[in-house]
Design a protein around this ligand. Structure first.
Ligand code: SF4
Length: 512
């Protein structure tokens, strides 16, 4: 019999069909590896954070054991846990418990008072980007399941805590583990979820064994708490494109949004294809999308182009990000720029290209990036980025870190213009954009048959995530492989700014 694990239980809480499909890869064609890969970045960060969290409590005994195939050796872990309970161990990492086919391993279990306190480690931060305390509701079913299994196994649970990263921690010298983490008492928050576990576990166990696929229609749970990996499978019967492909955001200025809840409303009312949506109250961009017409607002585009002044500097950063503050003065998950590409247009058709890629030796790349950037971009020129908040944030962080360069970096920041604006505002739309205004959608829509502008023709690095993943790995590569990877990174970033140049040229052409 397959044990019901905490990830099974949380899958079930999101949607019974999600659990059923996750243990039957042959039905959806999505293998356990695919499911794992969709979560890979999260898991990788989770592993790194989990290892560090073990240092929170000195003397922690880790009982985890893996089989030759990499899966946990549950039998040995259960036995090791029982031994630790008998031995008087103070803190156990990966303490394993099994009750009536329900299995869990607790990240950290600490002897407190007359019993044991659960510490569930998550690689998230305690606060959002605006510094506001986050809600942790999505973790509660998982924590409730563990608490229930422990109690069924006769453990007195005296505390229930969530351990996550302290977003305000700024590394000064050696990593301070006590400061890096925030410990949040979720004992009272978890009570509602805890009351549901005795009813839900038999239902989830039934789903694990039943032959028939559960009938579950699309609903808000497809996106909550996580975007479901089986979305393609569950929407395979819908026309393509469908209401779910409509652009979600608005142009601002009081325009209508079209978020997931709105899409579901239309879906449940039987308005599924673009044709079904014509005549419905929609935002500017959404209307153009469902009507599938090319739209060019020449006045809007001219207004945007008139706001630019020569020479133009097209800038794009590549960054890496670590859950753990890796360098001096860095916070958890801070974006660390290691590369940029810069195309300079003195006029249409006359371009220079500059680029910078930091040494890949594991040292902090930021000083080199900041100094070279100040050399390459004068303080008083017009700088273009595509979706500029990202580039602006990088510049602001660099300016805070290097006060001697701050004035120059902030001038670059303040002179920045977003090339996304003509598309997001609906000045220029072609149906091939499919309602997405990312550069990866706009470029092929405007230049469908140009192999030089096709990211698929690049080697190894085709997007920002791949660049972010591969840069820190270069230091472990052979010289030859490292040189090839650095070249691939340079060509990828160059295409990002060359794409911006071509898009800008196209705007000039259509505005005539
Ligand atoms: S896509 Fe929605 S209905 Fe399908 S398994 Fe996922 S959550 Fe359930």
């Amino acid at each position: 019999m397959v044990n019901l694990s905490k990830s099974h239980y949380t899958s079930f809480c999101q949607c019974p069909k999600n659990l059923w499909l996750s243990v039957r890869p042959q039905v959806s064609g999505i293998s356990p590896d695919d499911v794992k890969n969709s979560l890979e970045a999260r898991l990788e960060k989770g592993k790194e954070v989990g290892e560090l969290a073990k240092q929170l409590f000195p003397g922690t005994v880790d009982v985890s054991v893996k089989k030759a195939n990499g899966n946990p050796d549950i039998g040995t872990m259960l036995a090791n846990t029982q031994q630790c309970l008998k031995d008087g161990t103070k803190v156990i990492a990966e303490a394993a418990f099994l009750h009536d086919g329900c299995y869990c391993a607790v990240d950290l279990l600490r002897r407190e008072g007359d019993g044991w306190a659960i510490y569930e480690v998550k690689s998230t931060t305690d606060k959002d980007d605006k510094g506001k305390q986050k809600k942790f509701d999505k973790y509660l079913p998982d924590i409730a399941f563990q608490t229930w299994v422990l109690r069924q196994c006769g453990i007195t649970v005296t505390g229930i805590n969530l351990v996550c990263l302290n977003r305000d921690y700024v590394r000064q010298g050696k990593l301070d583990i006590q400061q890096l983490f925030s410990i949040i008492d979720v004992c009272s928050d978890v009570q509602n979820e805890l009351a549901k576990v005795p009813t839900l576990t038999p239902n989830a166990q039934q789903i694990l064994v039943q032959q028939q696929e559960p009938i579950v229609d699309l609903s808000e749970h497809c996106n909550k708490p996580y975007p479901c990996v089986f979305w393609e499978y569950c929407t395979r019967h819908l026309p393509k494109p469908s209401v779910f492909d409509v652009y979600g955001s608005s142009t601002g200025k009081g325009d209508l949004t079209f978020h997931f809840d709105k899409k579901l409303e239309h879906y449940h009312a039987g308005r599924v294809s673009y044709k079904d949506l014509i005549g419905q109250p929609l935002g500017i961009v959404q209307r153009m999308q469902v009507e599938r017409k090319t739209h060019i607002d020449r006045n809007g585009i001219r207004k945007f182009l008139d706001g630019l002044s020569y020479p133009l500097y097209f800038l794009d950063f590549e960054t890496m990000q670590s859950a753990v503050a890796e360098f001096e003065g860095v916070k958890p998950y801070q974006q660390i720029p290691f590369q940029y590409s810069l195309h300079i247009a003195k006029r249409p058709g006359k371009y220079d290209h500059l680029e910078y890629l930091a040494e890949s030796d594991g040292t902090d790349p930021r000083r080199g990036v900041a100094e070279q950037l100040c050399d390459d971009i004068p303080a008083n020129v017009c700088v273009l980025a595509y979706n500029m908040p990202f580039e602006k944030n990088c510049l602001k962080d660099l300016a805070c870190t290097f006060p001697d360069l701050s004035r120059h970096l902030m001038r670059i920041h303040d002179n920045m213009v977003d090339l996304l604006v003509p598309f997001r505002e609906g000045y220029y739309y072609v149906p091939a954009m499919g309602g997405s205004f990312s550069i990866k959608s706009v470029l092929p829509a405007l230049f469908p048959n140009d192999p030089k502008l096709d990211y698929r023709n690049l080697k190894d690095v085709h997007n920002g995530s791949e660049a972010m993943d591969i840069f820190p790995k270069i230091r472990t590569m052979s010289r030859r492989e490292a040189a090839r990877t650095r070249e691939n990174l340079l060509r990828y970033c160059e295409l990002d700014t060359w794409a911006m140049v071509k898009i800008w040229e196209k705007l000039i052409e259509v505005a005539r």
